[in-house]
Design a protein around this ligand. Structure first.
Ligand SMILES: [Zn+2]
Length: 166
């Protein structure tokens, strides 16, 4: 789940440049190369690598009650800067926690794709009923791909190498 603490404005031409850089990553290539150890269900400790690169990029991760009631985690997006992931301190299995973290970092990627001015979908393929089931395209992507931790990790590493250093 994500929250915008700003009005999501239309995307500017400047944004499109960064979006096209992010779009240079080959989703298909990464997605098809995933091994069992790249999934939260098989290797939940992989989420620590996501947290480490996310922290280096400037995403805050805190333990606490998410602002949205009954949610175990949220990404609180700010206008013009990376936001904060709030994860409930309640017990959850390592696999569930890994998927929750991966889910919220998909919203971080969507925020980066919106040049930190909007949270826009990555354009990853999703089943046709997913928007209806999860409420929005952004949430549908986050739920459908939350087990694929290495996919999100590879995007974050690409961003660290290429985008924020420009
Ligand atoms: Zn979400």
């Amino acid at each position: 789940m994500f929250l915008c603490f700003f009005v999501c404005l239309p995307i500017s031409a400047d944004t499109l440049l960064k979006r096209s850089l992010l779009d240079e990553i080959s989703f298909v290539e990464i997605n098809e190369s995933l091994k069992p150890n790249d999934f939260c269900t098989e290797n939940p400790i992989i989420s620590q690598q996501i947290i480490d690169v996310g922290t280096r990029l400037g995403v805050q991760l805190i333990s606490g009650q998410p602002l949205l009631a009954k949610k175990d985690a949220t990404y609180e997006a700010l206008h013009g800067s990376l936001g904060t992931i709030v994860v409930s301190p309640r017990y959850m299995s390592p696999s569930v926690r890994c998927q929750l973290i991966t889910h919220e970092f998909i919203h971080v990627l969507q925020h980066l794709r919106g040049d930190l001015k909007a949270v826009i979908p990555m354009g990853w393929p999703i089943p046709s009923n997913a928007i209806l089931r999860f409420g929005s395209l952004q949430e549908a992507e986050a739920y459908v791909y939350q087990n694929k931790a290495a996919l999100v990790l590879k995007y974050l590493l690409f961003i660290e190498r290429n985008i924020l250093n420009d």
